[in-house]
Structures are given as structure tokens and as C-alpha cells.
Design a protein around this ligand. Structure first.
Ligand code: ATP
Ligand code: ATP
Ligand code: MG
Ligand code: MG
Ligand code: MG
Ligand code: MG
Length: 278
């Protein structure tokens, strides 16, 4: 097609191709979800319908973008890690960020009724998105550790904050005041002494967030069923993995599984060596 005299404006677009040989992380985060959660009566501190809907939306993204090797989500955010050698959208930062976030947002709205039933969505939610490069495996692991540590710190605080409101009838301001300047150990002690709660026994979904990984397609063939049944009792990441492989198989869902395990230590990475070597 002949070029029009207007075509020159294309030159104003700037190149945003990402460096080769680096992990690409796209992180999305809900815009103003403090208010969105309030408006939609999220259960405090952890609304599991909302967490499940976030993970469902992240799975939609992983089904579309096959180069995502692992995703991590908590609260109103999700991080998607593209393999170092990906050529998706020719590694263009804005293309990656916008395609991921818009698919995530539309999936969040599309699937809302499945998780929230008759609770109507009051207004269309928005999510922001950014693309970050991590040159080394250590940088990538530290990034994921940072997000999981954030999940833990917020969950410990929020659990205390809402217990004081819901069970000791403190106002939000009083609860905030009560927690001001406390260390982690103080909060653990508060939960134990005042509410007989051992923090470590709270649901792993709340404490660890959600890790999405891909299941090898062959994992349910032949003798693997026996293995997975054995592993169900171990409580390890592999045990969880096999359990959800089983349910994926039964419901013929795609090969993406949800884990709520520690990703800061070595165990997870030795259980899933393929993630860093895809
Ligand atoms: P910003 O637009 O800057 O991201 P924000 O209000 O979304 O502002 P965040 O730091 O992203 O602030 O925090 C998200 C907030 O959404 C949480 O503090 C919490 O109030 C709420 N929230 C998100 N998910 C849940 C959930 N599953 N259960 C309860 N509350 C939630
Ligand atoms: P890409 O992901 O690269 O944008 P694309 O298939 O969206 O691929 P575009 O160049 O954006 O390609 O073109 C959009 C296409 O969508 C049009 O070529 C047309 O086929 C279709 N389309 C969009 N809007 C309409 C419309 N209102 N009526 C009919 N067809 C439409
Ligand atoms: Mg924020
Ligand atoms: Mg937010
Ligand atoms: Mg957030
Ligand atoms: Mg198009």
C-alpha cells in the first residue's frame, strides 16, 4: 500500500524493546482496590472469592502467554515472569505490559459472577501494569521473595488489625494506634495471647500468596497416579502439585497449578528446577 502523507507521524513512536537475555516481569496491581474492596464488601482481611478470582484471571493470562514460566499473586497484585529468551511481542515493553493487564482485567470482569454470585459489580475496575527486567536468577528470586515477604508482613498486620476491630470492638483508628510501632514478634504474641491464634496455622493462601506453575503434560501417565496419591500425604510442594494435577485432570482444566508454599527458601526451587531453566 502506498504511504500517505500522514505516515511520518509513526516516527514519533519510541522504541521500547527490552534487553535480551533478562527475565521479564510484568506486575499488575488493582487501582484503588482499598475502595473497590470496601464497595464490594470484601471479607476482611482476606476475601477468598477475590483471591480466587485474581488467580483465575492470572491463569487466563498464562493460557494466552505460553512464555510465562511462573506467576505470583497476593492481595490485588500479580507478577508474571516471562522466560529470558522470550520473543513475545518482539520484547516490546509496552506491548507486553498492556496485553497482559488488559487480558487480566477483562478476565476479572468476565469471571466476576462465578466468584461473587449475585453481588453486582458496582463500577469497572482498573489495573496498572509495569515491565521490569532482572538480569540474574538471583535478582529474579529476590524479586519474588520481596513480593512474598510483603504478603507476609501485610497479612500479619491485617490479621491483627481486623481481629482487634471484629472481636475487641476497637475502631480502625484505635486498632491502628494499638499496632503502632509493634514488631513482628509483638504481633505474633498479640494474636496468641488475645485470640489464641498461632499465626503459622492460618491458611497458607493468606500467609504465602499464590504461585502458579505449569504441570508437565506427561505427569499423569501410567504409574504417576499412585505416586501422586502417595504424595498427597507429604504436605510438600510436590504433594500439593500432584493433588492439583489430579483435580486438573478430573476437570480437564489446563495444566496450570496453584501452590501456596514458601518461595524464599531453597526447597521450592529444587522441587521445580525447570522454572529457572525453561
Ligand atoms: P493503588 O491504586 O495505589 O494500588 P490500592 O488501594 O489498590 O491503591 P494497594 O496497596 O494495592 O492499594 O492495596 C490493595 C488493597 O485492596 C488492600 O490494602 C486491601 O484493602 C484491598 N484488598 C485487595 N485484595 C483483597 C482481598 N482479597 N481481601 C480483602 N481486601 C483486599
Ligand atoms: P493485532 O493484535 O496485531 O492488533 P488484529 O487482528 O487486531 O491484530 P488490526 O490491524 O488491529 O489486527 O485490525 C483489527 C481487525 O479487526 C480489522 O482488520 C477487522 O478485521 C477487525 N475489526 C475491528 N473492528 C471492526 C468492526 N467494527 N467491524 C468489522 N471488523 C472489525
Ligand atoms: Mg500500590
Ligand atoms: Mg492496588
Ligand atoms: Mg496492591
Ligand atoms: Mg488489533
Amino acid at each position: 500500500m502506498a504511504k500517505s502523507k500522514f505516515e511520518y507521524v509513526k516516527q514519533f513512536e519510541t522504541e521500547d524493546k527490552l534487553l535480551p537475555n533478562c527475565w521479564i516481569v510484568v506486575r499488575i496491581d488493582g487501582k484503588g482496590f482499598h475502595r473497590f474492596a470496601e464497595t464490594h464488601n470484601y471479607i476482611k482481611p482476606n476475601d477468598e472469592r477475590a483471591l480466587d478470582l485474581m488467580s483465575k484471571s492470572a491463569e487466563t493470562v498464562m493460557e494466552e502467554f505460553k512464555d510465562i514460566v511462573i506467576s505470583y499473586g497476593q492481595s490485588d497484585e500479580y507478577s508474571f515472569v516471562f522466560r529470558k529468551a522470550t520473543n513475545a511481542y518482539n520484547r516490546r515493553a509496552s506491548k507486553l505490559a498492556t496485553n497482559v493487564v488488559s487480558l487480566f482485567a477483562s478476565s476479572f470482569v468476565f469471571n466476576w459472577p462465578r466468584y461473587f454470585g449475585t453481588t453486582m459489580m458496582q463500577y469497572p475496575p482498573a489495573f496498572d501494569s509495569r515491565t521490569v527486567l532482572y538480569p540474574s536468577d538471583k535478582n529474579l528470586r529476590d524479586y519474588l521473595s520481596w513480593r512474598q515477604a510483603d504478603c507476609h508482613i501485610n497479612n500479619l498486620y491485617n490479621t491483627c488489625f481486623w481481629k482487634l476491630i471484629q472481636e475487641k470492638n476497637l475502631t480502625p483508628a484505635q486498632s491502628q494506634e494499638r499496632l503502632k510501632g509493634t514488631m513482628s514478634s509483638d504481633k505474633n504474641e498479640l494474636l496468641f495471647k488475645e485470640f489464641e491464634i498461632n499465626y503459622n496455622n492460618l491458611p497458607a493462601l493468606h500467609r504465602k500468596g499464590t504461585i502458579l506453575v505449569r504441570t508437565p503434560k506427561t505427569s499423569m501417565e501410567n504409574g504417576d497416579l499412585d505416586l501422586s496419591l502417595q504424595l498427597q500425604h507429604t504436605g510438600s510442594a510436590r504433594g500439593q502439585r500432584s493433588r492439583s494435577t489430579l483435580s486438573n485432570k478430573r476437570s480437564s482444566r489446563p495444566n496450570i497449578e496453584r501452590l501456596h508454599v514458601d518461595i524464599i527458601g531453597e526447597q521450592f526451587w529444587s522441587d521445580y528446577p525447570d522454572i529457572l531453566n525453561p
